[in-house]
Design a binder for this molecule. Structure first.
Ligand SMILES: *Cc1c(COP(=O)(O)O)cnc(C)c1O
Length: 419
């Protein structure tokens, strides 16, 4: 569920008319509902309350400071994937002992920063990384907690670009090597404490079954390792929960919890969850203005002022985002069209073969739905397009939480060399 609904044929976010925001802030603009964001987080928290997990919001889904701080205030920890995200976490005074850090390519500086910040643990993804964490922790005179990210080799049944737990994916460490680490090699790394297992099998997963399969494998591994003298206390099952973009029927938080909890109950493991999309995805839309309606012999193109640089998911993953006019008129004729941006790429589209009102005109405002996760955070300046503004709605008020970039922002770090 989300709080973007039509009232009197106008699209509202909570109690705020979206056209009012477009008028005040301009387009393209990402608009987020505070209520939806918090509802989604609390749904998950409630579903799992029996085992009181640590829920680390996956910052890369939407790393806006205000969004992250709202979730921290609701009790979330953070799942980070870079030194930049650690920096953001510091800016909002996130509790370090609720931060976990995954990435296949952590640099020496990033590892050092994480240790100094006293994060809960790293999710290590290779043997050389474990060795490097050990070395740096030693230099800093510290013993650092580390979880091993296991690649359980399961099919997540999602888009191939967002599966992460097949053996051919770059993520994690295979089960056999993980055994060797916990029972041998890892014991010689005196400055790290191997305390957990991490899995994250992919994203936009709508069925419980891939999670269950991965989890069964992982729990069996943990029990076996602990029986042989390992001390695994944390089980981090990652994120990946799917949401409704179109007609998906994803598992609810309750169904997910029901599938997961029995597998880990009474195992003496602290559960960690890393939801990103589930929390933020349906909590945001991208508002864009129609620039031109272009009828060609082949089809109609509705050309808008948002593009692949603002929302890359359709171009990158062939992702479906619903597109609606923020004004709804009764019984209007519809016409099929492609909704495309101004960027010089044929792959620059937001939606294809969609029915929009036939009378759609220049300056009409469209809402691209479910753009709260992997929207702004994946945006770029391609075609020298300043990145969009971001707005947070709370009831009938709205706040600019990121200014639109300016042309000066585009060239801020460039130097024109002297000739
Ligand atoms: C991206 C990511 C997540 C979040 O994934 P969602 O599909 O957005 O829930 C969680 N954990 C790790 C390690 C990730 O890389």
């Amino acid at each position: 569920m989300h709080d973007f609904q039509f009232k009197n044929n106008r699209l509202y976010c909570e109690n705020t008319d979206l056209e009012r925001i477009a008028d005040a802030v301009g387009t393209p603009v990402f608009v987020y509902s505070q209520k939806t964001l918090l509802d989604h987080f609390r749904n998950l928290k409630t579903a799992f309350r029996e085992i009181n997990p640590l829920i680390c919001y996956s910052m890369k889904a939407n790393s806006n400071l205000t969004i992250c701080r709202l979730l921290l205030e609701a009790g979330a920890g953070l799942d980070i994937v870079s030194g930049g995200e650690l920096f953001r976490a510091g800016k909002i005074k996130a509790k370090a002992d609720k931060i976990v850090y995954a990435s296949v390519g952590k640099t020496e500086q990033e590892i050092e920063a994480g240790i100094k910040a006293k994060i809960l643990f790293f999710n290590a993804e290779s043997i050389p990384e474990l060795e490097l964490i050990n070395k740096i922790a030693g230099r800093l005179g510290r013993r650092q907690k580390v979880a091993v990210r296991v690649n359980p080799d399961v099919e997540a049944r999602t888009h191939r670009y967002i599966t992460t737990a097949k053996s051919e994916n770059k993520f994690g460490i295979d089960i056999k090597t993980t055994r060797a680490i916990f029972l041998g090699l890892g014991r010689n790394l005196k400055n790290i404490e191997l305390c957990g297992i991490h899995i994250h099998i992919g994203s936009q997963i709508i069925y419980a079954q891939p999670f269950v399969r991965a989890l069964k494998k992982t729990v069996a591994l943990i029990e076996d390792l602990n029986a042989h003298g390992a001390a695994i206390r944390y089980l981090n099952i990652g994120g990946g929960l799917g949401i409704i973009y179109h007609r998906e029927k994803p598992q609810t938080a309750g169904q997910y919890a029901k599938a997961v909890i029995p597998l880990i109950r009474n195992k003496n493991l602290k559960l960690i969850l890393e939801p990103g999309r589930f929390v933020a995805g349906n909590a945001g839309v991208l508002l864009t203005q129609v620039l031109y309606v272009k009828d060609t012999p082949a089809k109609r193109f509705v050309i808008v002022d948002a593009a692949m640089n603002d929302l890359i998911r359709p171009s990158f993953y062939e992702a479906y985002h619903e597109v609606v006019s923020v004004r709804r008129e009764a019984r209007v004729q519809v016409k099929k069209c492609d909704i495309v941006g101004p960027v010089c790429e044929s792959g620059d589209f937001l939606a294809k073969d969609r029915r929009l009102p036939a009378g759609i005109r220049q300056k009409d405002i469209l809402a691209v739905m479910s753009a709260g996760a992997y929207g702004f955070s994946m945006s770029s300046n391609y075609n020298s397009r300043p990145r969009a503004a971001e707005v947070l709605v709370c009831g009938n008020r709205f706040y600019l939480i990121r200014k639109r970039e300016t042309y000066d922002d585009l060239i801020r770090n460039e130097t024109l060399i002297k000739k």
